[in-house]
Design a protein around this ligand. Structure first.
Ligand SMILES: [Zn+2]
Length: 380
């Protein structure tokens, strides 16, 4: 049943970036599309969006495009989500710790370069942005995310060293701030950026001490494979501690995560955590090959309950509508092919970021075709 380390090795060089809607629909009086719009007469019935509802028209378009679950930040978006039959989750938690992660000198130099830290402070924002965009080369990755340049696999964000957050002192404070503000009736919370900026590990003093202690305890030699296993398990432990803390305060909450940045030695470790909804990348913001989208979708669905019988794997796709984006972009036709591929591979749920892409002209029509629902009169 379990995914062996050998299985993982198969995908080692691959860089992965990165319920029931009928019940919701019935509860709010919506009617589902009954036309056959999708591949093989099947369709996506649940969509977790990373978009933001700012007004009524947007709420309506999100609902019509198929969004069933969304993150909200205030009472207005919470109420609009409810009005249109969309389940609201309050806020998004990202890792906290006493200091940023530490990478190798080469990785740090790359991180500084792609963030433009060497550019003069007085440089105009637009000019700075243009230079930084040229320095980031993610969009040159092709064919399922295989990289073309080994040093560009650095995340632009500086992520906190969560392993050093002993007793969750920093994380609890940050989580409490979100949970205390959450509006009653909220279904849960979103998690993001649980990972390493270099997609492999943090090399701060505390992490290195912990690694050496772990080797000693497990009677293992210091090898790359053991290091990968240690950092993967650190990630899993952090996820699980955060999930346990959320449950201690809000037992009814559902925890939804996008597993990002990916952990390169084991891109599909999500099923080892106690997270309820595991958004796992099957296509990033630049285009991936159809065969990889299909393979990844089948894989995450086949293994979703290997370690956590309640865990639910959800195929995640990145969507940028701006062709100038340094991350790459996709056309509505690209999205249509991806949705057909995911559905044909057995996917019936989806997670989308940027969520706002779903309500953009051209893209909206594609999402509505494969995921959408009609909006009942009462929701108008
Ligand atoms: Zn560390």
């Amino acid at each position: 049943m379990g995914k062996s380390w050998k299985d993982i090795e198969m995908f080692r060089r691959v860089r992965v970036g990165f319920c029931c809607v009928a019940a919701v629909a019935a509860a709010c009086g919506c009617r589902m599309w009954n036309e056959d719009f999708s591949a093989e007469g099947k369709r996506i019935t649940r969509v977790y969006s990373w978009g933001t509802i700012r007004n009524e028209e947007q709420a309506r378009r999100y609902a019509a495009s198929g969004v069933t679950d969304i993150r909200v930040r205030n009472k207005k978006s919470f109420e609009l989500a409810k009005k249109y039959g969309i389940t609201p989750y309050f806020g998004c938690f990202t890792p906290a710790g006493p200091h940023p992660q530490v990478m190798t000198p080469e990785e740090t130099a790359r991180h500084n370069y792609i963030n433009g830290f060497d550019l003069p402070a007085e440089m105009a924002k637009k000019e700075r942005r243009a230079i930084i965009d040229l320095r980031r080369i993610e969009k040159h990755h092709r064919y399922g995310g295989n990289r073309v340049d080994k040093v560009d696999t650095i995340n632009v964000k500086a992520i906190a060293c969560f392993s050093s957050d002993k007793d969750l002192v920093y994380s609890r404070k940050k989580l409490d701030a979100i949970l205390d503000r959450a509006i009653p009736g909220t279904a849960g919370i979103y998690l993001d950026y649980f990972g390493y900026s270099n997609h492999r590990g943090c090399y701060c003093k505390e992490c290195q001490v912990r690694y050496r202690f772990w080797l000693k305890q497990e009677k293992l030699p210091d090898t790359e494979a053991n290091k990968d296993r240690f950092y993967r398990d650190e990630l899993i432990k952090y996820y699980d501690k955060i999930v346990a803390y959320i449950r201690s305060r809000r037992p009814e909450y559902k925890v939804v995560a996008h597993f990002y940045p990916d952990f390169e030695p084991d891109p599909w470790f999500a099923n080892r955590t106690q997270v309820d909804v595991c958004g796992q990348t099957v296509s990033w913001y630049f285009k991936w090959q159809k065969r990889d989208i299909a393979r990844f979708t089948r894989y995450i669905l086949a293994h979703e309950k290997d370690y956590n019988r309640k865990g639910e794997a959800v195929p995640f796709i990145g969507v940028n509508v701006d062709p100038r984006s340094s991350l790459g972009s996709k056309t509505p036709a690209d999205i249509e092919l991806e949705l057909q591929t995911i559905i044909a591979a057995g996917g019936r749920s989806l997670m989308v970021c940027n969520g706002s892409a779903m309500i953009e002209p051209g893209y909206f029509e594609v999402f509505r075709k494969y995921c959408g629902r009609q909006i009942a009169d009462g929701e108008k």
